[in-house]
Design a protein around this ligand. Structure first.
Ligand SMILES: [Fe+2]
Ligand SMILES: [Fe+2]
Length: 325
């Protein structure tokens, strides 16, 4: 680490911020990257400049409590609208697909990958105009979209798309959902991410109920080929990439039958929920592969470094096998 210099500087809109500062900044009523370009004169910050070009650590004086109150109200309104929208969609799906499980999952998965494409569209525009550049967001959202695509392929292999009405409905909802998400994301990225979290929560509970209801039957059925390939074969970089709350290579699910496939899909939805929650704090998202790894195994996965808190912990760690799931 280099020497440290401290200075009072105006807060530039393009500076790379530490997470703690970003949390403070989310108290501002405007959250869109577009609208975060504040006048330089209004915000003086105390910055610690690291001469070896490491990320600047910026501290800001506390904002007035009125900003916090306004922000809290904004969050309440956004989340209430999202919950209402989600409940309306769930009611419609419940009415149309009460006992047609695979058709319901096909519709859900057709819709599920749309927001990630919408996020990438808006981020691509921001990048083109030089407004905001974060490669991690594009990478993670593509990996999320790739994961949802494989859920969709699995449902298609199971026959979920066999009726024209289901395809028509899913594809038209997808078009409407895309434009709605683009507008919502441009106005409030936080609101769009929260809406996606609501949708992912619904997906998780839908699959969880299905597994509880049909578990024994599913165990006697074979896994679709596309699921075996996606979860167990080839390069699993993108499979790790969307799971931002865990280190790469720490989740390698088995696929022996259809029950395993639905358990994996349900667990994927839980990972999407965590990622969407993390995204609601601006600038908070990090690719799991962005974490520094000093050593890697033959498959390119980072090896966990030795770590213990004392002699008892050291001995315990040395005799406990490493869990890979
Ligand atoms: Fe999904
Ligand atoms: Fe999902």
């Amino acid at each position: 680490m280099g020497t440290v210099a401290t200075a009072m500087i105006p807060f530039p809109s393009s500076v790379s911020l530490s997470i703690s500062t970003q949390k403070v900044l989310t108290c501002l009523p405007t959250l869109s990257p577009l609208r975060r370009r504040v006048p330089r004169k209004l915000h003086l910050v105390k910055a610690t400049i690291l001469q070896d070009k490491e990320e600047d650590k910026v501290e800001q004086e506390p904002l007035e409590s009125t900003s916090g109150t306004l922000e809290e109200w904004c969050i309440k309104i956004e989340q209430s609208v999202n919950v209402l929208l989600t409940e309306v969609v769930i009611k419609i799906l419940d009415a149309l697909y009460r006992d047609r499980h695979y058709a319901r999952f096909y519709v859900l998965e057709t819709i599920a990958r749309v927001p990630y494409f919408a996020f990438m569209s808006v981020l691509h525009m921001y990048e083109s105009f030089g407004w905001w550049r974060r490669a991690d967001y594009l990478k993670v959202h593509f990996a999320e979209s790739w994961n949802e695509l494989h859920h969709l392929l699995i449902m298609e292999e199971l026959g979920g798309n066999s009726m024209w009405f289901d395809r028509l409905l899913a594809q038209h909802i997808a078009i409407f959902y895309y434009f709605m998400t683009v507008i919502m994301y441009a106005v409030s990225a936080r609101m769009a991410y929260h809406f996606s979290e609501c949708v992912e929560k619904h997906a998780y509970s839908t699959y969880d109920k299905f597994i509880t209801l049909k578990g024994e039957e599913l165990k006697s059925l074979p896994a679709p080929e596309v699921a075996i390939k996606y979860y167990t074969e080839g390069d699993l970089y993108l499979f790790d990439e969307f799971q931002t709350s865990r280190a790469p290579c720490t989740r390698r699910p088995k696929v022996e039958n259809l029950y395993d496939v639905f358990v994996n899909i349900r667990d994927d939805e839980a990972e999407h929920c965590k990622t969407m929650k993390a995204c609601q704090t601006h600038g908070n998202l990090r690719s799991p592969h962005s974490q520094p790894a000093t050593t890697r195994d033959e498959s390119g996965c980072p090896l966990s470094e030795a770590d213990c808190e004392g002699i008892v912990d050291c001995i315990k760690n040395s005799v406990t096998p490493v869990k890979t799931k």
